[in-house]
Design a protein around this ligand. Structure first.
Ligand code: FAD
Length: 318
């Protein structure tokens, strides 16, 4: 089922979560171990992230550095299919990015998803590769997520890149896009960010999943600004419970988000990661309950491969 149909049919807040493919060389069983404890809460869908190639430097004995390009977490398409067929009651939402893809590569990836019976995509641009300041699209690729949305919607209308093809089978993807309650890091201001968010919706995306936030007021005000800007689609809040002492430093750096003073104070009182993990769970329960009261369509959790905290939160909330 499409995410938008889950949202339309729901009479209460739904539960969903995001998984990362395992690191290259690791077993898919780790994915199932993350999913299994969460099944009792009836997840409507599971997102699977996409990871672009990274540039790494290998130091040789001679002191020379060798530049290598590697994909640390391949397997998004295969994992999406494996989950879909192992857990028929749960839908999968693979992420697809512009980075590293030509338009033709994108078309082939979409054809694979279509053949696999997967009809949900979260369409993203992707970040600048590590060590680079700016995102650089492939020569024949998309510079922005809105362009990727347009290509997917074109395929839904039966328009492939080769316009001369005949007897075309149109795809039928439900497309979601990312939104940033605290503004995307590269955006000069929230108004500009919302202009481009609206472009993604006007291009055919049917819902928004947000970046993590730790202060619900940021989400409430984002929803209000979206509505004022004419963005009417469902806005799914993304939640990431704190798990480590260092999260209060690393998360703002990586995701351009604020951590509220109260939460920072609570984490600073912790003596170890175990205590920080517990504070993270309590904070997320509080956030989740308030969001349910607000009437959010789904609570979407970023697992980063850990399900015990999400299990404790879901048990308290659903
Ligand atoms: P866009 O919507 O293209 O926006 C990027 C920036 O460009 C913004 O500042 C926007 O305001 C601006 N902009 C947009 N259109 C235009 C335009 N036409 N002209 C000028 N400026 C414009 N990354 C991954 O690599 N893999 C994942 O699986 C992944 N999953 C994610 C899931 C969620 C829920 C979220 C919130 C993010 C995820 N990301 C993922 C990170 C995402 O790829 C980055 O945040 C990226 O920097 C921006 O992606 P976007 O799709 O929001 O880009």
């Amino acid at each position: 089922m499409k995410v938008i149909d889950h949202l339309r049919n729901a009479n209460k807040t739904l539960f969903s979560f995001e998984l990362l493919p395992p690191l290259k060389g690791h077993n898919i069983n780790g994915i199932y171990k993350t999913i299994d404890p969460l099944l009792e809460f009836n997840p409507s869908f599971i997102n699977i992230t996409y990871h672009q190639e990274e540039i790494v430097y290998k130091k040789h004995k001679s002191g020379l550095l060798e530049k290598k390009t590697i994909r640390k977490r391949p397997g998004t398409v295969a994992i999406s299919a494996a989950i879909k067929y192992k857990y028929p009651a749960v839908d999968v939402v693979p992420h697809l990015i512009c980075g590293g893809f030509t338009c033709e590569d994108t078309e082939y990836a979409l054809i694979d998803f279509h053949f696999l019976g997967i009809n949900n995509i979260l369409a993203l641009r992707g970040d600048a590769p590590k060590g680079f300041r700016a995102f650089i699209p492939e020569k024949e690729g998309h510079p922005f997520a809105s362009d990727l949305v347009k290509q997917i919607i074109n395929m839904n209308k039966g328009h492939y890149l080769d316009e001369e093809m005949e007897n075309i089978a149109a795809t039928d993807f439900c497309v979601g896009v990312a939104g940033y309650p605290e503004k995307h890091i590269e955006s000069p201001n929230i108004t500009s960010d919302l202009t481009y968010l609206k472009l993604k919706i006007d291009s055919g995306a049917e819902y928004i999943t947000t970046q993590m936030f730790f202060d619900n007021e940021k989400y409430f005000s984002f929803v209000k600004r979206c509505r004022e800007a004419g963005i009417t689609v469902p806005i799914i809040p993304g939640l990431k419970p704190i798990t480590h002492l260092n999260d209060i430093r690393s998360l703002p750096q990586v995701f351009n988000i604020d951590i509220p003073e109260d939460l920072v104070r609570e984490i600073q009182k912790c003596e170890n990661n175990e205590q920080a993990f517990h504070v993270g769970v309590e904070w997320a329960i509080h956030q989740s309950r308030e969001l349910v009261k607000f009437g959010v369509p789904v609570l979407h959790y970023f697992t980063i491969g850990i399900s015990e905290n999400i299990r404790q939160i879901a048990k308290a909330v659903f």
